[in-house]
Design a protein around this ligand. Structure first.
Ligand code: UDP
Length: 238
C-alpha cells in the first residue's frame, strides 16, 4: 500500500510528496495556471484533474514505446506515483513549427514549418528568468555532461517522433513542447515532470485553433477547461 508522507516541494502547478517507499514519490496536480514566467496566473477549477489525466495517457504511451520515464501509475484523479529523481535544472524545448519565443526572437512568422525539428535548452533559474543557453553553457555550469546531453537528445528526438504521431492520429498538430529529465538512484536518465496542454503547443489539424495554454496567455481563461477537455476526449478515442 502507498502511504502519502511529507510534502517535499511545491511548484507553480504541482506538489511533490514523499511516500513510504524511498524510491517513489507522489505528484499532485493543482488547479493553478501560470504564464509569462509566473507574471500571469489564475486558478481554474479542475484543470489539475484534466492535466493529471492527459499527462498520464501520454506517459503510459511513452512507457509502452520503450522510453524510460519516471511514471509508474495514476493513483487518483489528481495524483500519480512516480520514481523519485533528481531533476536536471534544464528545460528541453522541441519545435516542429515556429511559434512563441522563437518567433519573437528570430522574427520568423508563427506557423512556419520546420523541416528538421529544432532543439533548445533553457536554464531553469527564476532569478535569471530561465535564459536560453546552449550545450557548452550547460556543461560549463556543471549541470550536465556532454555524454548525458547526447542521451537526452537521442531520447528527445524519439519522444518527438512518438508523440507527434500520437497527436496527429487525434487530429492535433504538435507545434512545440517542453520536457524535463531527472536521474534516478542508479543515475539513469528518465523523462520526468509532465506533458500536457500546459507544456505543449497543440493546434487543431482542421481549423488550426489553439488547444493549449496559449489560450490562457491571450486572455481566454474561461475557455481553458473546455479546451483541455477537448484534448482529453480526443486522446481517449482509440
Ligand atoms: N514551455 C513550458 N514552460 C515554460 C516555457 C515554455 O512548458 O516555462 C513550453 C511552451 O508551452 C511551449 C514550448 O515550451 O509549448 C516553447 O515555449 P516558448 O519558448 O515559445 O516560450 P513561451 O512562448 O511559452 O514563453
Amino acid at each position: 500500500m502507498i502511504i502519502k508522507k511529507n510534502l517535499l516541494s511545491e511548484g507553480k502547478t504541482k506538489k511533490i510528496y514523499a511516500t513510504n517507499n524511498p524510491l517513489e514519490i507522489l505528484i499532485h496536480h493543482k488547479d493553478n495556471i501560470t504564464a509569462l514566467n509566473g507574471l500571469k496566473k489564475n486558478v481554474l477549477q479542475d484543470k489539475g484533474v484534466l492535466n493529471n489525466e492527459i499527462t498520464t495517457l501520454i506517459f503510459q504511451f511513452l512507457n509502452s514505446c520503450g522510453v524510460k520515464t519516471h511514471f509508474i501509475r495514476k493513483i487518483n484523479n489528481r495524483e500519480q506515483l512516480c520514481y523519485k529523481v533528481d531533476m536536471i535544472p534544464l528545460e528541453f524545448v522541441v519545435r516542429n513549427i515556429v511559434a512563441g519565443s522563437m518567433s519573437k526572437r528570430l522574427g520568423v512568422k508563427e506557423g512556419t514549418y520546420l523541416y528538421n525539428p529544432i532543439f533548445e535548452i533553457f536554464y531553469k533559474n527564476d532569478k535569471l528568468k530561465d535564459p536560453l543557453i546552449n550545450d557548452h553553457h550547460a556543461v560549463f555550469l556543471k549541470i550536465i555532461s556532454y555524454e548525458e546531453l547526447n542521451t537526452i537528445y537521442d531520447m528527445t528526438s524519439k519522444i518527438n517522433c512518438f508523440i507527434k504521431k500520437y497527436f496527429s492520429d487525434k487530429n492535433i498538430i504538435l507545434v512545440d513542447f517542453k520536457i524535463e529529465f531527472g536521474k534516478n538512484h542508479k543515475k539513469e536518465i528518465l523523462l520526468s515532470d509532465e506533458i500536457s496542454p500546459d507544456t505543449c503547443r497543440l493546434w487543431d489539424k482542421e481549423t488550426m485553433k489553439k488547444m493549449d495554454k496559449d489560450s490562457f496567455r491571450i486572455g481566454l481563461q474561461e475557455k481553458i477547461f473546455d479546451i483541455y477537455m477537448e484534448v482529453l476526449k480526443r486522446l481517449n478515442v482509440s
